[in-house]
Design a protein around this ligand. Structure first.
Ligand SMILES: Cc1cc2nc3c(=O)[nH]c(=O)nc-3n(C[C@H](O)[C@H](O)[C@H](O)COP(=O)(O)OP(=O)(O)OC[C@H]3O[C@@H](n4cnc5c(N)ncnc54)[C@H](O)[C@@H]3O)c2cc1C
Length: 391
């Protein structure tokens, strides 16, 4: 009997765990390395679309993602003066996304990983030599500083937007990261914003800055602040809360902005980052392949990053299962099959970014008018469904 193929998976996020679970399922021996000293939890709102749910089902984790979505939730478009109109929320869009926390998907995958797949925390690749038949990787233990060289049949870089694997195997990150000239801050709220029903959401979208509040059925909502900027680097000169207070100065949204910034000040965990897409001509080279944000980061505006990470990891496993004798053939077929999906959503993200945060006054007006129409339609649909006779 031939020995099991060894795969190094870099990154314990959605894409990395999904890839490890899938490859373990077809008889490979994965080792996951994660830079952080422990597994993260919580996170921000994520809409999981059909393609992601189907991949999650194939990976055996869909039923463990149990987050409740709000029933009869309304989304309000709030003006900076506090005025409100009915609008449509993230979950009202076509494709029927399901609202979860990033941590919900990661926790479900972790249940499949722990006990059966080797995980080394506080470990990061320092150098990767990708050869036609194997990859030689220097792995650094970040706690002790010790570096150990190991060989693998395949290295999967699932280490996110600022990927070390990409840098070591494909070249500097600046070559691949395309800035959107925007910043995002996302975190979980402890309490609903003032003057809003528990299961309702709001959107405050001004030219260049916006706030979204995403409700859940079984926990308080999460908040997303996103704004446009000409100089991303300057946004990191001060603590995020100071930067955000300045960027959202003069806007109140019926108390929503004040509430969210106050909660942010005491939030144990939040994301504050610049927004980039990753564009690469190829995602694989010899025995290294990238999957998830490290390969194609779609951005939060696409609403498809987690879906694409699950789908990409599952498809990678399927291709390797189909071509047990040729890893190269598997990677080539996998990439050809997945590229049209990624290309479509990278393009869509450019347009959807205007829904999340319009760049200027004219686009903000267009956006508001579209949202007003959609909101009316949604209200009528909801009223119709509540008036419909029971079957
Ligand atoms: C605010 C926001 C909202 C979003 N909304 C949606 C949505 O509605 N729908 C959707 O589908 N997607 C959404 N996304 C995108 C989605 O969250 C990401 O695409 C997805 O989580 C990326 O997963 P990943 O595993 O590829 O990367 P990551 O989640 O970035 O995980 C990478 C992992 O690698 C580790 N790592 C990094 N460097 C190293 C290293 N050198 N060595 C070892 N480990 C390393 C990191 O610590 C991390 O654990 C959203 C994103 C944001 C920011």
């Amino acid at each position: 009997m031939s020995a099991k193929k060894k795969v190094l998976v870099v990154g314990l996020g959605i894409a990395g765990m999904a890839a490890a679970v899938r490859l373990h399922g077809i008889g490979w021996e994965p080792l996951i390395v994660e830079r952080a000293p422990a597994r993260r939890a919580g996170g921000y709102f994520i809409g999981l679309f059909a393609e992601g749910r189907e991949a999650a089902e194939r990976l055996g984790v869909l039923d463990s993602i149990t987050r409740e979505n709000p029933v009869g939730s309304r989304t309000w478009e709030v003006g900076s003066d506090g005025g409100r109109m009915r609008s449509v929320g993230f979950l009202d869009q076509p494709g029927e996304p399901r609202g979860v926390l990033r941590g919900d998907i990661e926790a479900a995958l972790w249940d499949r990983v722990r006990d059966v797949i080797a995980v080394r925390f506080a470990t990061s690749p320092e150098a990767i030599n990708s050869l036609p038949d194997y990859a030689r990787v220097a792995l650094r233990d970040l706690a002790t500083g010790e570096v150990r060289e190991e060989s693998f049949d395949l290295v999967i870089g699932a280490d996110g937007l600022r990927s070390s694997v990409r840098e070591q195997a494909f070249g500097p990150n600046e070559k691949y990261m395309r800035p959107f000239n925007a910043i995002v801050c996302a975190f979980a709220l402890n309490e609903q914003v003032p003057n809003l029903a528990d299961r309702d959401g709001i959107v405050l979208a001004e030219p260049g800055r916006s706030l979204w509040v995403f409700p859940f059925g079984d926990r308080p909502p999460t908040a997303l602040l996103t704004y446009r900027t000409k100089n991303e680097n300057a946004e990191f000169d001060r603590p995020p809360i100071e930067t955000l207070r300045e960027r959202y100065a003069g806007v109140d949204g019926d108390g929503a902005i004040g509430h969210v910034l106050e909660e942010l000040e005491n939030a144990p965990d939040f994301l504050f980052d610049s927004v980039h897409q990753v564009k690469m001509d190829t995602w694989h080279d010899n025995r290294v392949v990238l999957v998830g944000d490290s390969a194609w980061c779609l951005t939060l505006y696409s609403g498809m990053g987690a879906t694409a990470g699950l789908l990409g990891a599952d498809a990678l496993g399927a291709a390797l299962e189909k071509h047990p004798e040729s890893i190269n053939a598997a990677l080539t077929e996998w990439e050809e099959g997945l590229r049209p999906f990624i290309k479509k959503h990278q393009f869509a993200a450019q347009i959807k970014s205007q829904v999340f945060v319009p760049s200027n006054v004219a686009l903000a007006r267009v956006r508001r008018s579209v949202m007003r129409k959609q909101g009316k339609k949604r209200r009528i649909e909801l009223e119709d469904s509540t008036m419909a006779p029971a079957a």
